[in-house]
Design a protein around this ligand. Structure first.
Ligand SMILES: Nc1nc2c(c(=O)[nH]1)N[C@H]1C(S)=C(S)[C@@H](COP(=O)(O)O)O[C@H]1N2
Ligand SMILES: [Mo]
Length: 252
């Protein structure tokens, strides 16, 4: 492992439950699989680091369950109404013709994509479960371009470790590590249940992260940025949700 403070953090976390001999193995696995919490400085502490490491080891290569079309929830649940802020309302009134997804940070070719451009890329459609941390959930078909494809277009630099994504809605931003960013089911979605993605569900663009709880699937995204550290974003905890007390990693 290149970063001694990370090793120390992970090691401290695993020490809570592992024997000393198990520790070396755990630290090596953590290194190999990139089991890194967003803060390498220790905001998350040993307990949550251990949880992240354990969950990652179990789900590293797993796929979220996909369902048959007959199980799509009708009507789908909509957790919220489209944002009332003037900026969003203006885009809504013009059919999102000027909406852009900026991709910048640690990339070779920073870019700004229109919804039409994203639609011209390879499409993936998948029927997955969106579970809210409050207990309700629904199954929907999500249509979009794999985030991995967008990242290929811009050329991610090797030192990037996280993708941070921002909504037009104040306070809504989040991040995933590269394992989730490159996962084949992580999509920049523009469609749902055969049509456009409704504004209530995050249209025109939403990052869908089906292996984590609903709040990681941030709606109305306008910017993605690649970084090697989350320290410079907000309070350094990796997301607006984390700052409000929710887990940064919410694997399901
Ligand atoms: N921008 C934005 N994204 C968001 C939210 C939000 O209020 N604003 N709510 C989150 C939460 S807590 C959940 S459970 C899901 C709900 O998705 P739905 O509105 O499609 O039902 O969206 C997530 N993404
Ligand atoms: Mo939620």
């Amino acid at each position: 492992m290149s970063n001694p403070s990370r090793r120390k953090l992970i090691t401290t976390g695993l020490a809570a439950t592992a024997s000393v001999s198990g520790l070396a193995v755990a630290a090596r696995l953590a290194d190999e699989y990139g089991l890194i919490p967003p803060d390498s400085g220790g905001v998350y502490g040993p307990g949550r680091t251990l949880t992240l490491a354990a969950q990652r080891l179990l789900t590293q290569n797993s796929m979220a369950r996909e369902f048959p079309r007959s199980l799509i929830s009708n009507p789908p649940n909509a957790n919220g109404k489209p944002p009332k802020i003037a900026e969003f309302q203006r885009h809504l009134a013009t059919g999102f013709a000027d909406w852009r997804l900026i991709v910048d940070g640690m990339v070779a070719r920073p870019a700004s994509f229109s919804v039409a451009e994203l639609r011209s890329y390879p499409t993936r459609s998948q029927i997955t479960h969106l579970a809210c941390e409050e207990g309700w959930s629904f199954i929907g078909e999500w249509i979009g371009v794999p985030l991995s494809h967008v990242l290929k277009v811009v050329g991610v630099l090797p030192q990037a470790k996280f993708v941070v994504y921002f909504s037009v809605q104040p306070g809504w931003w989040d991040s995933v590590d590269m394992a989730d960013a490159l996962h084949p089911q992580t999509l920049v979605t523009y469609g749902m249940n055969g049509g456009d993605l409704p504004a209530g569900h995050g249209g025109p663009l939403r990052l869908r992260v089906p292996r984590q709880l609903g709040y990681k699937s941030v709606k109305y995204i306008t910017r993605l940025t690649l970084t090697d550290s989350l320290k410079g974003f907000g309070k350094g905890m990796g997301s607006g949700a984390s700052e409000a007390g929710y887990s940064w990693y919410s694997g399901i």
